[in-house]
Design a protein around this ligand. Structure first.
Ligand SMILES: C[S@@+](CC[C@H](N)C(=O)[O-])C[C@H]1O[C@@H](n2cnc3c(N)ncnc32)[C@H](O)[C@@H]1O
Length: 444
């Protein structure tokens, strides 16, 4: 299939399903297994590029439309965004890309709008230099929002949280395509052996500063999932901030450990590794799809000490067993991973953090009941929103005086702890996802 059509189909499908971008794109690519690697790469670039620059592209397109952007049919809008992205960011000659998008419109999804697509994209080509961004002197937030394609409500939050400079650096970092990172699974291999195995597949492989077990892969020759060693369980695709929070929980072989929001098991596999497959690891998640993926992942990674429960953490019977360590990787707005998952910035609203905080607090309260005296819990999210982080912890500590915050800086994370005792990473500082974590100790 033509790469632009593949990109268009993926973007259209994404608008109609809550599924993750990665899942939808991979499914579409798999359905066109015969597509050339070059075409697959272009389709992937187009999808991520459009999502990462959506607001900026809309701003470029507006002056060349007679009607408002909002009144366009979705297929037409998607074709225009793709065309604008290709003109602005890729080296395809404009006449060729405009023709390609007019053809795409003609072949079905936007047949009646082929004239509009043609006029708008050609207008953009001729008039691009006249399009001005909002004035950064008089309205910095609006400028940041359009320049870095972040929703205005999010920019307003960031600026009020950290000030203009930090907010700008944060938005800027989200526009860079992050290098893929993988965790070497020491139940089966070592970072050194894995580096050797992958040497021919990347231009450069280095250890991440947050975690020597995490390899940063630059100049990959194909997609991460086509690297050798995945089926054998030698590695797990994972962000270094995610491996940090698991490590900071401080599990040891022989402990009873609960992973309350285990998802597909990114952190569960790491926990089992740190426990050297000894002791009991219980992994809980309510999603049938994730529980299936979790079981497959644990088997692939060679985990032998885990039990998987499909359940909601907040509804568990706390009397069943007490645990030495509990990881609460809470369901969250995910706004700290919008560099890697650019679709999320368009799928979230300013109401989400407050709404999610209720569930996060309930899960944390349940975890508190299931932790043994003297035990430690680690609450974490991949967002920077205070409602889901600091405020959840502060209100928990107020109602649970038997708990205290216990920061645990190690040699790799010593710069990641805030004055008030929280772990925090930022994409422009640590070159990682933005994670938040609070380590909590229960009185013995
Ligand atoms: C941040 S993700 C977990 C990611 C996972 N720990 C990993 O490292 O791959 C949050 C998870 O919480 C799960 N979840 C949602 N509601 C929940 C609940 N009431 N109890 C437990 N888990 C829940 C979601 O299904 C999702 O998998």
């Amino acid at each position: 299939m033509e790469p632009r059509r593949l990109a268009f189909d993926t973007l259209l499908r994404l608008e109609k399903t809550p599924q993750r971008l990665e899942t939808v794109l991979n499914r579409n690519l798999a359905a066109h297994a015969k597509a050339q690697p070059r075409d697959r790469a272009l389709a992937t670039n187009l999808v991520y590029g459009v999502l990462r620059n959506r607001l900026y592209l809309d701003h470029l397109l507006k002056p060349f439309l007679r009607q408002s952007l909002e009144s366009l049919d979705l297929p037409v809008l998607l074709i225009l965004r793709l065309g604008a992205y290709e003109q602005e960011f890729l080296s395809t000659p404009t006449f060729a890309s405009v023709n390609a998008y007019v053809e795409l419109a003609k072949k079905g999804p936007a047949k009646k709008a082929k004239g509009l697509v043609n006029a708008c994209l050609r207008g953009l080509d001729r008039g691009r230099k006249k399009v001005k961004l909002p004035n950064s002197e008089t309205n910095l937030n609006q400028w940041l929002s359009v320049r870095y394609s972040h929703p205005l409500w999010l920019v307003n939050e960031l600026v009020s949280l950290w000030g203009e400079q930090e907010a700008q650096s944060w938005c800027e970092a989200n526009q860079e395509k992050p290098a893929p990172t993988i965790r070497a699974n020491t139940l089966k291999t070592s970072p050194q052996v894995l580096t050797g195995l992958l040497a021919d597949h990347a231009k450069e492989i280095t250890s991440h500063t947050l975690d020597p077990q995490v390899l940063v892969l630059k100049g990959l020759k194909g997609g991460v999932m086509s690297l050798p060693g995945f089926d054998e369980g030698f590695w797990q695709a994972q962000d270094p901030a995610a491996t940090c929070v698991t490590r900071l929980l401080g599990v040891e072989p022989g402990m009873r450990v609960l992973d309350l929001c285990a998802g597909a098991g990114g952190k569960s596999g790491h926990l089992a590794e740190l426990m050297k497959n000894q002791g009991q690891l219980v992994c809980v998640d309510p999603s049938a799809g994730r529980v299936k993926a979790l079981k497959e992942n644990l088997a692939r990674l060679g985990v032998k000490n885990a039990r998987v429960l499909k359940a909601e953490a907040d509804k568990l019977d706390a009397k069943q067993m007490l645990y030495d360590r509990i990881l609460i990787d809470a369901p969250c707005s995910g706004l700290g991973v919008i560099g890697r998952r650019p679709d999320l910035r368009w799928r979230r609203s300013s109401q989400d953090p407050k709404r999610l905080a209720l569930l996060q607090s309930e899960i944390l309260v349940k975890a508190a009941e299931m932790l043994c005296p003297g035990g430690a819990a680690l609450y974490c999210t991949c967002t920077m929103m205070p409602e889901e982080n600091k405020e959840v912890i502060e209100s928990f500590l107020q109602s649970h005086p038997e708990f205290s915050l216990e920061p645990a800086p190690d040699e790799y994370t010593k710069d990641c702890w805030t004055k008030d005792g929280f772990f925090r990473t930022m994409p422009h500082r640590q070159k990682s996802d933005a994670f938040f974590a609070a380590r909590l100790r229960k009185k013995a």
